[in-house]
Design a protein around this ligand. Structure first.
Ligand code: EZ4
Ligand code: CO
Length: 410
């Protein structure tokens, strides 16, 4: 199954996406997602300028060998740009292998271990009324697990809470963190105000919606270890499914301190890109859920190994699924979710209609559960004519400054 063409498609149907399209000599097409929010063109160049020439003429069936070749021959290992580029190739090759086999990808990964994939949605609000309305809306959509983010008194713009609808006439909880602008937006932050406020929000949500609804929360890397320990402890009465990214986890050892103080389950890793980023966290059982995405962590090949390693320590999956993962990356995640034994939950931030016009998907969301569908391969097609109508537009994620002007983790 010789590779005869590999093209990088950059398109912006509502937001930017980088897609690798690999064609074999018998005309099969494989797709891979290499979208890195706010740094898209770096991955596009890595692929176009340095990887595509290495792919031409190779055997598309040799997935493990291609992965090891791209990882080791680069010499400069890891990092989000490299690992997103490798992921794009890896997922495209798995798509091709599954199409050649005439099977949905999950069959090649061992077959389905469950009938559906529990997904959580994002509820948010500027105040309690808006938040409750957003939670009710998500329950009506069928979600059986809900992430809760709210504004904090004294802070103007908080991660996860839109100050205005992302689309004109859209819902107020329709949140898209990247903004199309020549410069990143500046937001403000105050951890003390946040720590005071968040437990009161969860108390209100539990008394309104009862004890059973699984609730999640994302701290988005903003706390020190001792602050994170305090929040985890304060949230224990509200029985969270998880507290996500409580500290900036480049320092894996920070989680030891958090873990000593709280039984609130911890999820981490959406900004990680390698199993090595988790080595201490998993071996010492300092976390409960792995948040990596297939797109940023070297593809199916690397994620399968990471999640199998996690399984030895009863750590489960919680694959990252924001809108900045394209439908190709989402489909790859869903095939993996369905096949692995240690599945936890899958994040779902639904894509907008323009994105769905460019990427035609077969995955479904019903009664709170996702399924990748049973088309051969990933089950996603790229409409290149539609893609060409939406050229790349510069977009950045926001960043934070404290009241005295110091840059803070966003
Ligand atoms: O802010 O993917 O849990 N989800 C998240 C995301 C991230 C974005 C950044 O590109 O934290 O919304
Ligand atoms: Co997150």
């Amino acid at each position: 199954m010789k590779i005869v063409a590999a093209e990088v498609v950059v398109t912006s149907p509502g937001r930017n996406f980088v897609t690798l399209k690999i064609t074999t000599e018998d005309g099969l097409i494989g797709l891979g997602d290499g979208t890195l929010n706010g740094r898209e063109l770096a991955v596009a160049s890595y692929l176009r300028d340095h990887v595509v020439p290495l792919l031409l003429g190779r055997d598309a069936h040799a997935i493990e060998d291609t992965w090891q070749f791209l990882y080791r021959s680069a010499y400069w290992r890891r990092g989000p740009v490299t690992m997103s580029a490798i992921a794009a190739v890896d997922v495209a090759l798995w798509d091709l292998k599954a199409k050649a086999a005439g099977m949905p990808l999950y069959q090649l990964l061992g077959g389905a271990s469950r009938t559906g994939i529990l997904a959580y949605g994002h509820a948010s609000g500027r105040d309690t009324d808006e938040l409750f309305d957003s939670i009710r809306h998500h329950l009506e959509l069928g979600f059986r697990a809900i992430r809760v983010q709210t504004a904090v008194p004294g802070i103007d713009a908080v991660y996860g809470v839109p100050t205005r609808p992302a689309t004109p006439g859209g819902r107020h909880d329709d949140y898209e963190p990247a903004q199309r602008s020549p410069l990143p937006a500046e937001e403000d932050w105050d951890t003390t105000a946040y720590l005071r406020h968040i437990p009161t929000v969860f108390e209100a949500v539990r008394s309104e919606f009862g004890p059973e609804l699984p609730l999640l929360h994302d701290g988005h890397h903003r706390m020190t270890p001792i602050q994170a320990a305090r929040l985890g402890k304060a949230l224990e009465p509200y029985d969270l499914f998880w507290l996500e990214d409580c500290t900036p986890a480049e320092n894996q050892e920070a989680l030891r301190l958090v873990r000593q103080h709280t039984t609130t389950p911890l999820a981490i890793g959406e900004v990680f890109n390698s199993v090595w980023d988790y080595q201490t966290l998993i071996r010492e059982q300092l976390i409960d859920y792995v948040r990596s995405s297939v797109t940023h962590t070297g593809g199916i090949t690397a994620m399968r190994k990471l999640l199998d390693y996690a399984a030895l320590y009863q750590v489960k999956s919680g694959i990252h699924g924001p809108t900045d993962i394209s439908p190709v990356g989402m489909a790859a995640a869903l095939h993996l979710d369905l096949a692995i034994h240690n599945f936890g939950v899958q994040e779902l931030m639904p894509h907008g209609p323009l994105t769905n016009e460019v990427f035609r998907q077969t995955y479904t969301f019903e009664d709170g559960y996702l399924h990748p569908g049973d088309e051969p391969g990933l089950g996603v097609e790229l409409d290149e004519e539609a893609a060409a109508r939406f050229p790349y537009e510069p977009a950045y994620l926001p960043f934070n400054r404290l009241k005295d002007g110091t840059v803070h983790d966003w």
